[in-house]
Design a protein around this ligand. Structure first.
Ligand code: R5P
Length: 295
């Protein structure tokens, strides 16, 4: 079956890289916004009998989900045989339980919302915490990639004598694997979240690592408060401003500039296009795409 790559606006770098690596053609799409802000999709290629691979990172998901569903349905309607979704950043994974009375568990609702439009889904380092496997909530085949090797390689190339720090217990899963690959020590801290922009982190005694370069590694940088809080505490403990590595740089409001103002070097993967992107995921995603067989 012929394959065609398409993307939502903002995903062109990954789309173009993957197209080159796998020699898959790109299909152009016109996203027209009517004066009333409704979207009209027009495919500028023939998708008859093709497998369509849509690349769409779902940061700012509320504004992207309708265009994404319209795009997938347009492809289906015009004869696509199979439609896969590559969503390097998969949204709505953090509300994985009812934290307060009366709340919904959005992770499951979101999965139910998008599953019917796609034949498979591929994502990178989704926030799996209380949900251990995407198949618990998605009804289509899912493929999960981890950016651990790419991050470890960046650290090995760029930092001499690092100390990897996971800011909370959830980070243990990726920080420990990255530390192993980068051959570096690591510690995982305890974080308490009091609100969207209010966290506290318990600092152990760091003295034995005083000559190391601290690198905080987290999956998501959203408000930036997790990294900012820990970075300030490290500076108070006489460490240099840490390097902050996030797989997914969402950077709500002025999170990026606040981290930079503190002297932190901020590094992200290109799961979401941003000036901090220094770690490329194209090959990781392309290699997985090569082997996806779904009937
Ligand atoms: C949460 O558990 C995640 O792993 C991240 O630590 C969190 O999403 C970061 O959010 P923020 O940047 O708003 O502190």
């Amino acid at each position: 079956m012929k394959k065609i790559l398409i993307c939502l606006p903002g995903n062109e770098i990954l789309q173009n890289n993957i197209s080159k690596i796998l020699n898959i053609p790109i299909g152009n799409v016109d996203f027209h916004t009517f004066p009333d802000e409704e979207t009209c999709i027009r495919l500028l290629f023939d998708c008859q009998n093709a497998e369509i691979i849509i690349i769409a990172s779902l940061d700012k998901p509320n504004e992207k989900i309708i265009p994404l569903i319209l795009l997938a349905q347009t492809c289906r309607d015009l004869g696509a045989k199979r439609i896969g979704l590559v969503t390097p950043y998969l949204a709505y994974m953090r509300q994985d339980k009812r934290f307060q009375d009366g709340q919904g568990v959005s992770a499951g609702y979101f999965a139910k919302l998008i599953s019917p439009f796609f034949d498979w889904l591929l994502c990178v380092s989704p926030h799996l915490h209380r949900i251990k496997n995407l198949n618990e909530i998605y009804t289509i085949p899912t493929f999960v990639l981890q950016a651990t090797l790419e991050i470890a390689n960046w650290i090995k190339l760029n930092v001499h004598h690092p100390l990897l720090i996971g800011p909370d217990s959830e980070s243990e899963q990726w920080v420990e694997s990255i530390a192993k690959l980068a051959n570096s020590p690591c510690i995982v801290l305890e974080k308490t979240r009091h609100g969207d922009k209010d966290v506290s982190i318990q600092m152990p005694d760091f003295k034995q690592w005083h000559s190391a370069i601290p690198i905080i590694v987290d999956d998501i940088i959203s408000s930036g408060q997790t990294l900012l809080t820990l970075a300030k505490q490290l500076v108070q403990a006489h460490f240099p401003p840490p390097i902050c590595i996030g797989v997914h740089g969402l950077f709500a409001e002025n999170a990026y500039t606040q981290l930079q103002a503190l002297g932190c070097e901020v590094i992200t993967t290109n799961s979401i296009q941003h000036p901090s992107n220094k770690i490329d995921l194209s090959t990781l995603i392309a290699m997985q795409l090569k082997s996806i067989q779904v009937d």
